[in-house]
Design a protein around this ligand. Sequence first.
Ligand SMILES: [Zn+2]
Length: 327
Amino acid sequence: MSQLEPSSSEPSLANKSPHSLQRSYRAVVIIAVCGMFSYGGYSMFHLYQNAKISQIKAQKLGAKALALSASLSEETAMNQDLNQALADKKKSLLVLNQRIDDMETVLGIEPPADNQTIEQRVDTAAINSAVRATLFQLIPNGAPTPNAQLTSGFGTRVHPITKQRKRHDGLDFAAKIGTPIYAPADAVIERARSSNYGYGNQLTLNHTMGFISSYSHMSKFNVKQGEFVKKGKLIGWTGNSGLSTGPHLHYEIRFLDKPLNPRPFVKWDIDNFEDLFKQEKNVQWASLLNTINSMVAMQVQLTGDENHDLDIATAQHTQVSKKQAED
Ligand SMILES: [Zn+2]
């Protein structure tokens, strides 16, 4: 027996029994099913993970959107506030501009011809013209008897009646009896004295800032002591009362009791605005202008607020403080 026979322990497939085939087949099926299951599970897990990430991303985006919308509404509100402030500013500038125009009309100044902006006018012409207008209202200016002839100046002279060398503390204007006399600035009537001696019938006007003016040899008064008058008010009429050689007005201006030459004040107007400050050295004009400037600035501010009650409130407060100070 030289030919080897296949071992009976290794049976060929053909020799396999139907039973073992069935077993193999079942094993293959089980493996396949298991594989499918594990693949499905993995896919499910993967999908779940993706969903979770998407959800977190969506939450983050939602939060971002909320924050953006909040800041947007904040900015919108800020924008509205800014627009409102801008509108208010424009309105107050318009009011200021109107006031400047009024002032310029009062003073007879032509508005600037060039295309200056409103802001520039407030800074220059506006403030200046407001200060000028206030000065011309408060400080004596112009002749108290317009068109009357100046017959005697200020300074030492020989008196026409006493023939003595004496200081003449005012100006004399020749004027026929009954010529109207007008207040050269706002004032309170400090004194209305009737007399047949010296200065005769005399009015004394107390202006602001330490200035006093007086009118002598008058025929008649049109105001009473303690009365407040505005510039241009008819205060009385010229005459020939007291020590006088003929009908005339003796006009004096004093500053802190010191007689000043009234001539620069009589000549003072908008065209020679700076002349008075150069000619009259007894007044500290720079500090006076500074004070008027502050007054005007405050007035502009008060009126700019459109709170007219403030004036009254301030006045009442001042009265109360004054009363307390007196107590
Ligand atoms: Zn005189």
